[in-house]
Write a protein that binds this ligand. Structure first.
Ligand code: PEP
Length: 264
């Protein structure tokens, strides 16, 4: 049985400039150091806004020696072309340059507010992988889709857009299942509900290749807090969390990371 190291990622969205991002990153690092996490027990990713990426990467680099938990930086988006006349956009090589190792792609806010499509998400996942960035590809159904009983169909369609791209580099990319109705609402999916969708995603990946399915980490996102994280993270197909609101408070975010450890 493949051991998938739990991954806890914090999406800071449109919050924090450079100095306050660095201060929050340092608080997370210190919280993790105080938490006595065994080496290799968990991995952490922080996703500040574009303007803070380089500063947070430099801060984490300085702290790296004191960390038993790897803490790496993610961008929240990219443009799928490396360079050219695309005013205002940021490419995968530029993100690497700023110290990123990861990039969140296809978050529901990007799909809903900025019109991102499944095809666009696939192009971004492929661009990230081509450049050597690790994508965290997001999928999730709306409340209306869930109420209509089409959750698994929607998730299958969203995953199928980028699954082949991820399968070309098994274990590099991650998929985050984030029910749209659970994001920022306090209305978390129950462990059984979330596990059922994660199991369906893993079965879909196994249709491509069993080893790919076994090594791909599947994160749950949507109102994860320290007090509900343990139940979710105990599910066999939930390999970590993508955290929004609670990632803006170091103690809460570290508390979620601690929920990956055995109790006691
Ligand atoms: C998110 O935006 O990815 C998210 C999961 O937000 P929250 O934790 O606030 O629901």
């Amino acid at each position: 049985m493949t051991k998938r190291v739990p991954l806890i990622a914090g999406n800071w969205k449109l919050n924090h400039g450079g100095p306050s991002s660095c201060a929050l990153a340092l608080d997370v690092v210190r919280g993790l150091a105080a938490g006595a996490f065994p080496r290799g027990s968990v991995e952490v990713v922080l996703a500040p806004p574009f303007t803070a990426l380089a500063a947070v990467s430099a801060t984490l680099e300085e702290e790296a020696a004191s960390l038993s938990v790897p803490v790496e930086v993610a961008a929240q988006n990219l443009y799928p072309v490396d360079e050219g006349a695309f005013t205002g956009e940021v490419s995968a090589p530029m993100l690497l340059d700023a110290g990123c190792k990861w990039v969140i792609i296809g978050h529901s806010e990007r799909r809903q507010l900025f019109g991102e499509t499944d095809e666009g998400v696939e192009a971004k996942v492929s661009a990230a992988l081509r450049a050597g960035l690790r994508p965290i590809a997001c999928v999730g159904e709306t409340w209306e889709e869930r109420s209509a009983g089409s959750t698994l169909e929607v998730i299958r369609r969203q995953v199928s857009a980028f699954a082949a791209a991820l399968a070309a580099q098994p274990g590099v990319g991650v998929i985050a299942y984030e029910p749209v109705w659970a994001i920022g609402t306090g209305q978390v999916a129950g462990p059984d509900e979330a596990q059922a969708v994660h199991a369906a995603i893993r079965a879909q990946l196994a249709e491509i290749n069993q080893q790919f399915a076994d090594v791909t980490r599947l994160l749950y996102g949507g109102s994860v807090k320290p007090d509900n994280a343990r139940g979710l993270l105990a599910c066999p197909d939930i390999d970590g969390a993508l955290v929004g609101g609670a990632s803006l408070k170091a103690s809460a975010f570290v508390g979620i990371a601690a929920a990956t450890l055995p109790e006691g």
